[in-house]
Design a protein around this ligand. Structure first.
Ligand code: F6R
Length: 241
């Protein structure tokens, strides 16, 4: 696991966007693994700016997103599909038919998970996976537990995550209690992973990444088993006070 420590949020986003843009330039038909949450927003803005400046072409790019609430309709403004359309896909020339987000309105969520994992396997493989990290070390919706899941699955949200995500909803009771999420192995199938962590609230989680320990109590710590992971963080997330 490699670390890049930047001064602040903006620098983390610039660094992350440069890495993703590099993959798109080198391999115009690449497959991106994408995340929602507040962290990658600045990276998406920078990728959009490069596209608008005519420096980046997404016409042959495809993508897989990490997760989606369940149940939720894709046009609910809190769905991750809506988030991705608004913050990235509608702003660049990616073919939406080539973007996949788990279907939060699937009638059979277990089947949707199987189909999603099968679609990842049938693809040429994710070239770069972008990750955020929860304060408790979760990645996607893989929350600290004694046992983690390997593949895409339906999972319950912890109280911690419901609280953290309630800032986007009118009431905490509106936060869906379940989600469809890639598992640890689905994430680790990516050839390259970048994990973005900014702000002091993430520093305990980053500290666990800096340690030698691997534990299901900090799902992101399992990324130490992957050969090509770069953590890009700001000083606030890197240095716990
Ligand atoms: C988002 C996701 C989550 C977030 C994490 C951090 O697709 O899978 O694991 O990356 O909750 O969220 P933010 O960036 O809002 O702090």
């Amino acid at each position: 696991m490699k670390f890049i420590v930047c001064k602040n949020y903006d620098e983390v986003m610039t660094e992350a966007a440069a890495i993703v843009a590099g993959v798109v330039r080198e391999k115009p038909d690449c497959i991106l693994g994408l995340a929602t949450g507040s962290t990658p927003l600045g990276m998406y803005d920078r990728l959009v700016a490069e596209y608008e400046a005519g420096k980046l072409d997404f016409s042959r790019v495809s993508s897989f997103n990490l997760d989606e609430y369940y149940p939720i309709s894709p046009d609910n403004d809190q769905s991750y599909r809506y988030f991705m359309n608004t913050n990235l896909f509608n702003r660049i020339n990616i073919d939406k038919a080539n973007t996949r987000v788990p279907n939060g309105s699937a009638a059979d969520p277990e089947q949707e998970c199987k189909d999603y994992e099968a679609a990842i396997d049938a693809s040429a493989g994710v070239d770069i996976q972008v990750l955020g990290i929860g304060q408790n070390g979760h990645i996607a919706f893989n929350e600290p537990e004694d046992k983690l899941y390997a593949y895409t699955h339906l999972t319950g949200l912890t109280e911690n995550t419901i609280k953290a995500n309630s800032r986007f909803f009118e009431n905490e009771s509106d936060v869906p209690r379940q989600a469809l999420t890639m598992g640890m192995a689905s994430i680790m199938k990516a050839r390259k992973i970048i994990l973005l962590a900014t702000g002091a609230a993430k520093c305990e989680a980053v500290k666990e990444l800096l340690s030698d320990r691997i534990t299901t109590a900090v799902p992101a710590s399992l990324l130490k088993l992957h050969p090509d992971v770069t953590v890009i963080c700001d000083e606030a997330a890197y240095n716990c006070n």
